[in-house]
Write a protein that binds this ligand. Structure first.
Ligand SMILES: [Zn+2]
Length: 395
C-alpha cells in the first residue's frame, strides 16, 4: 500500500473551504436548473437552459464592448423542498427557501461572496426577481465609482418559457408587429424564448447593481423612448442594449474581467493521454445527466468524467495556458461505499479526497501552476467516482 506524503496528510486535516468563499475561482455566475423535489426532471430543458445562459453571457459582451462575466457550467439541482413548499400560497416562498437551501450547501450569496446564484426554476412559472448583496447604484453619477453589485447576488426565474418553446406553444423568437411600439417580443415573458433571455439578462443586471432606468429618469417608459435598455425594456432581448452609464458600471466590476471567449475548457472536451475504466458524459452529445446524491434530491451534471473502481485513472496533458482545475467530486447515484481519489501533477500527488456515497458532492479546486500533466486516480474503493463539470480555467 502506498503511503501518503506528509503534505497530503496536512491538506487532509484542513477544514473544508466553503466553495462560495474560495478565492481561487474568479467572481462568477453560478447557474442552477432547480427542480422541486417531487417533480420529474425535464431533461429536454437542460440543453435549452445551457444555451440561454451562454447566450446572455455573450449578449453582455456585445452590449459592453467586449467584456462579460464568466459562468460556471450549469448544474441541475433537485431541491430539498417540494413544489408546494416552494410555491406556498403566494408563490413567494421560492426566494427565502432557495437562498437558505443553497447557504446550507455552502453557497451563501449574501456574505461577502463572489457568486451570483441564478436559479432557472422549474415550476416557478411566471415568477422572476433578483437581489444583490450590496444593493445598486443610487445615481447615474455613482456608476463605476462604487462596489454596488460587485458582491454576491441572487436571481430567480421561472422556466415556463422553456417548456412552452419546446412544446411549440411559445415562440422562440420575437413576433413582428407585437410588443411595445411594434418592436417585436409581444408575448408575455413567461411564454417567449426571446423575452426569457431578456429576463435573465435583466435580473442579472440587478445583481450587478443596475436599477431600472426610471429610477433616475422619472417617467421614463419604453413605449415613448427611442433609447432602450435591457434594464427597462427586456421584451425583445436581442435588440436591447445598455445605457452608457450602465456599461461603465458593469465594466468597473470584478465580475466583468472576461472577454466573450469561455474562461475555461471542459475536461470532457480534452482527449485523455491515457485512461483506465473511464468514461465521459457530454451534454452536447445528448448523454443524460450524471447524478450524485447527498445534496437535496440530488445533483445532476451535464458534463462528467466517471472513474470506476480502484485503479481507474485519467491522465491529461496540461497546456501552458491553464491555471486552475475546478470540479465537484462525488459517488455516482446507485453505488454504495467509499473511495479515495488522488490528484497528481507531473506525477507528484497534490491532493487526496475521500468521497462517500450519499454524501454531498465536494468542490475541488487545484492550482495547476506550471505543471504539464494532470492525473486523477481512484486509489481505493469499489464505486464509480464522478468528476462533475470538470473544467480548467485559462490564465
Ligand atoms: Zn427589474
Amino acid at each position: 500500500m502506498r503511503t501518503l506524503a506528509p503534505a497530503i496528510a496536512i491538506s487532509l486535516s484542513l477544514p473544508a473551504v466553503s466553495p462560495a468563499q474560495s478565492l481561487r475561482e474568479p467572481p462568477r455566475v453560478m447557474p442552477v436548473y432547480l427542480v422541486p423535489r417531487d417533480y420529474a426532471v425535464p431533461l429536454d430543458r437542460v440543453p435549452y437552459h445551457v444555451g440561454v445562459v451562454d447566450d446572455v453571457r455573450r449578449w453582455y459582451g456585445r452590449a459592453t464592448g467586449g467584456r462579460t462575466f464568466t459562468s460556471e457550467p450549469l448544474i441541475v439541482q433537485v431541491s430539498r423542498h417540494t413544489f408546494a413548499e416552494l410555491a406556498a400560497d403566494s408563490f413567494q416562498a421560492w426566494w427565502p427557501l432557495l437562498q437558505s437551501e443553497f447557504a446550507a450547501y455552502g453557497f451563501p450569496w449574501d456574505r461577502r461572496s463572489k457568486i451570483k446564484l441564478v436559479f432557472l426554476t422549474n415550476g416557478a412559472g411566471a415568477w422572476a426577481g433578483a437581489d444583490s448583496e450590496n444593493g445598486g447604484i443610487d445615481s447615474i453619477g455613482a456608476a463605476g465609482r462604487t462596489d454596488d453589485g460587485d458582491w454576491g447576488g441572487l436571481a430567480l426565474i421561472g422556466d415556463s418559457s422553456a417548456g412552452g418553446v419546446l412544446a411549440g406553444v411559445c415562440p422562440e423568437d420575437a413576433v413582428p408587429g407585437t410588443g411595445e411600439r411594434g418592436r417585436g417580443g409581444g408575448t408575455a415573458w413567461w411564454c417567449s424564448g426571446t423575452t426569457y433571455r431578456g429576463t435573465l439578462a435583466h435580473e442579472l443586471g440587478h445583481t450587478f447593481g443596475l436599477p431600472h432606468p426610471d429610477a433616475f429618469r422619472p417617467g421614463f417608459r419604453c413605449a415613448d423612448s427611442t433609447a432602450y435598455s435591457q434594464m427597462q425594456c427586456h421584451w425583445e432581448y436581442a435588440r436591447e442594449r445598455l445605457f452608457d452609464y450602465e456599461v461603465g458600471h458593469l465594466r468597473s466590476l470584478s465580475f466583468f474581467a472576461f472577454d466573450t471567449t469561455p474562461a475555461f475548457t471542459l475536461l470532457t472536451d480534452w482527449p485523455a493521454e491515457s485512461a483506465i475504466r473511464w468514461r465521459r458524459a457530454r451534454l452536447d452529445r445528448g448523454d443524460s445527466l450524471t447524478w450524485v446524491d447527498g445534496r437535496g434530491g440530488g445533483t445532476g451534471y451535464p458534463w462528467a468524467i466517471v472513474l470506476v473502481g480502484r485503479g481507474a485513472t485519467a491522465t491529461y496533458a496540461v497546456t501552458r495556458s491553464s491555471s486552475l482545475l475546478a470540479l465537484d467530486l462525488g459517488v455516482r447515484r446507485g453505488d454504495s461505499g467509499i473511495a479515495a481519489v488522488r490528484f497528481a501533477l507531473d506525477g507528484k500527488p497534490v491532493a487526496l479526497h475521500t468521497v462517500d456515497a450519499g454524501a454531498p458532492p465536494v468542490r475541488v479546486t487545484l492550482d495547476v501552476g506550471s505543471a504539464r500533466q494532470l492525473a486523477v486516480e481512484v486509489t481505493s474503493g469499489d464505486v464509480a467516482v464522478v468528476l462533475g463539470n470538470p473544467r480548467i480555467y485559462r490564465r
